[in-house]
Design a binder for this molecule. Structure first.
Ligand code: DD3
Length: 328
C-alpha cells in the first residue's frame, strides 16, 4: 500500500494550507468521497435510441437515448485499475476458467461490485448539439486567417447559443464548490481551478483540471491581447503551485494549454498530466500556455493577426461556412 500512496489521489492529506486560496474537501463533503452519494437511478428508465460512438481500446461508449420522452446522452467508461485495490481484487473475486494450455490460462474475473464501477456521465435533457458532439465524424483542418476569423468564425459563433450556465455556476460557487482545488477571486486576474468532468480523481495518472477565468467575455485564444498577460501569467504560476501542493506534481509533469476552437466560449485553460494522452491535446488543437504568453509578449496582436489551424467535424456548421466562402 505504501508504494501506491503517492499515486492514489489523497484529497484528505495532512499537509497544511500554505496558500489562502487553496481549498480542501471537508469531511462532510458529500460530493467527492470515495463512495459519493447514492442517488435515485435516473438511468433506470433510460431507453437507448442509438450508439453515437464507441472505442474498444478506450473502453468507452456514447449512447443517445430518452429519459421520460426527453433526449439524453449517456457516456459509460471503464476506469483504470488502482494498485491499492489489487489485494482485495485478488482475494475477493470469483474466477471462471476460459481456457488452459500448457503454462497459459485465461479467466474471467468477477470482481466485487465496488471494485467494478463504471464512470457515467449524463447530459439530460440533451440538445441536438450534445447528440451531434458525440457522433463519430470525419474531421477536416481549417486554415483560419485573422480576416476569416472576423468574417466567418466570429459571426458563426455569435449566432450559436452555447449555454455557459454551468461555467457561471462554478464561478459563483453554485455548483461543484466542494471540488474546487484553488480559487483566486480577483475579478481581473482571478480564476477557479477544478477537476474537469472527464477526470474521476481516482488516480493522478490521468489528471485533468481546468482553470476557468473570472473575467467574462474572453471567448477564446482569438480574443487574447497583451493586456491579458497578467491573467495568463497568474494562472500559469498559481495553477502550477496549486497542483504541486495538492497532487505533488511539479510543473515539469504538466501540459498546460488552451484549445482552439474551444468547446465552450469562456476562456479556460487545461491542465493535464504529461504522459496521459488527453483528448484534444494534439498539435491541431492545443496551444501551450507558455507559448501563448511568449507570443503575446513578442506581438500584442499575435492572436488577432496570425493564421490558426483547427480541426472541424464534417457535420459542423462552421465547416459549411468555410466551404460557402470557398476557403476549404
Ligand atoms: C460539457 C464541456 C462541458 C457535455 C459534457 C460536458 N468540467 C462541463 C458541465 C460541468 C464540465 C466540465 C458539455 C459541463 Cl459531458 C456537454 O463540460 C462541468 N464541470 N468540463 C467540470 N468540472
Amino acid at each position: 500500500m505504501a508504494s501506491s500512496a503517492a499515486k492514489h489521489v489523497d484529497a484528505r492529506n495532512e499537509t497544511q494550507d500554505k496558500s489562502p486560496g487553496l481549498k480542501r474537501p471537508r469531511a462532510d463533503d458529500g460530493n467527492r468521497g470515495d463512495d459519493g452519494k447514492e442517488t435515485e437511478n435516473i438511468l433506470s428508465g433510460f431507453k437507448t435510441s442509438n450508439v453515437l460512438s464507441d472505442s474498444a481500446r478506450e473502453k468507452i461508449i456514447f449512447i443517445h437515448g430518452k429519459i421520460a420522452e426527453q433526449d439524453a446522452v449517456v457516456v459509460l467508461e471503464k476506469t483504470p485499475f488502482r494498485e491499492e485495490n489489487l489485494e482485495e481484487l485478488f482475494s475477493g473475486s470469483k474466477l471462471r476458467l476460459e481456457m488452459t494450455n500448457d503454462i497459459y490460462s485465461t479467466y474471467r474475473l468477477q470482481a466485487p461490485p465496488h471494485l467494478n464501477e463504471i464512470k457515467t456521465t449524463v447530459v439530460f435533457p440533451a440538445t441536438e448539439k450534445h447528440v451531434k458532439k458525440y457522433q463519430k465524424q470525419e474531421s477536416f483542418l481549417v486554415e483560419e486567417t485573422g480576416e476569416y476569423y472576423k468574417s466567418i468564425t466570429l459571426p458563426y459563433i455569435q449566432l450559436q447559443s452555447f449555454s455557459l450556465q454551468w461555467v457561471y455556476n462554478i464561478l459563483e460557487g453554485k455548483a461543484e464548490a466542494e471540488r474546487v482545488i484553488y480559487e483566486d477571486p480577483d475579478p481581473v486576474v482571478g480564476f477557479v481551478l477544478l477537476p474537469d468532468l472527464k477526470w474521476d480523481q481516482k488516480q493522478v495518472d490521468d489528471l485533468y483540471l481546468i482553470a476557468i477565468v473570472h473575467q467574462r467575455g474572453i471567448r477564446s485564444l482569438r480574443d487574447l491581447k497583451s493586456e491579458h498577460l497578467p491573467l495568463l501569467q497568474n494562472i500559469s504560476k498559481k495553477g502550477k503551485e496549486a497542483v504541486l501542493e495538492r497532487y505533488n506534481l511539479p510543473a515539469s509533469k504538466l501540459r498546460v494549454y488552451l484549445h482552439y476552437q474551444p468547446s465552450y466560449y469562456h476562456l479556460h485553460i487545461h491542465f493535464t498530466k504529461l504522459g496521459y494522452e488527453a483528448p484534444g491535446c494534439g498539435v491541431e488543437r492545443a496551444h501551450l500556455l507558455s507559448d501563448v504568453i511568449q507570443n503575446l509578449q513578442c506581438d500584442p496582436r499575435y492572436y488577432q493577426t496570425r493564421t490558426l489551424y483547427f480541426p472541424v467535424r464534417a457535420d459542423d456548421g462552421l465547416l459549411g461556412k468555410f466551404k460557402e466562402a470557398e476557403k476549404i
